[in-house]
Design a protein. Structure first.
Length: 224
């Protein structure tokens, strides 16, 4: 795990401004969230006839919920985000699909599954948040950028295969995702040709951006 900087810009005011002024939408946030959900869906071991409860922690403007509702039509869906502006968008756009709550990890109700997609890289106490969430679910799926370099200005750390080893990690999957991985021929050419120059000039080789999924299971109190 690599730390980025001491000062974290990801305050409630920062994200309320991004969601409330339309900046998130203008910069493709709606589409990115949907693409992330579509890429992750085949990796989530949740059957299509699932009738339990699923919480999207750090749900943003809620654009994963149409994907979730189609995948799990009988599930109870919940979205939690600490930005009131984001939750207002969720309620307005997807209020018929799910229940939405404004708050941090302490606002998450008891559920069967938590999905935490591209959230923890923004938070100071990522492992503390996981520990708190595990008190309220059976399984949590965490998705974060994989070996991100350079680290985005909004992100405070990067993750690798050894991240979250203090928890009961049942499975890890490294994958490509539209909205994050460079798929266009131009991007691929830029990376490939640029790497020739980087190799000749002894600079770090650039690789296509990837994501990593961690499936973490809660340990029952009797097993601790």
């Amino acid at each position: 795990m690599t730390l980025n900087k001491d000062i974290n810009i990801n305050t409630v005011d920062y994200w309320d401004t991004r969601f409330g002024t339309g900046d998130w939408a203008e910069k493709g946030g709606f589409t990115q969230t949907r693409l992330f959900a579509e890429a992750q869906l085949p990796l989530l071991r949740i059957p299509s006839d699932f009738t339990g409860s699923i919480c999207d922690f750090g749900c943003g403007a809620g654009d994963a919920f149409p994907v979730y509702r189609q995948a799990w039509p009988q599930a109870k869906l919940l979205g939690v985000d600490f930005s009131a502006a984001a939750i207002q968008l969720c309620a307005k756009r997807y209020g018929q699909m799910a229940e939405f709550v404004c708050g941090d990890a302490s606002a998450v109700a008891q559920v069967d599954v938590i999905i935490c997609s591209n959230v923890l890289e923004h938070l100071d106490d990522d492992t503390g948040v996981i520990a708190q969430l595990l008190n309220n679910c059976k399984t949590i799926y965490i998705i974060v950028p994989y070996k991100e370099h350079p680290i985005s200005g909004e992100h405070v750390r990067s993750y690798d295969d050894n991240s979250f080893s203090e928890f009961s990690v049942a499975r890890k999957v490294i994958f490509k995702s539209r909205g994050w991985t460079e798929f266009s021929l131009r991007h691929i050419a830029d990376i490939s040709l640029g790497n020739i120059y980087r190799y000749l000039t002894r600079q770090p080789i650039r690789r296509r951006r990837l994501q990593i999924l961690f499936e973490i299971t809660a340990i029952s109190p009797s097993a601790r």
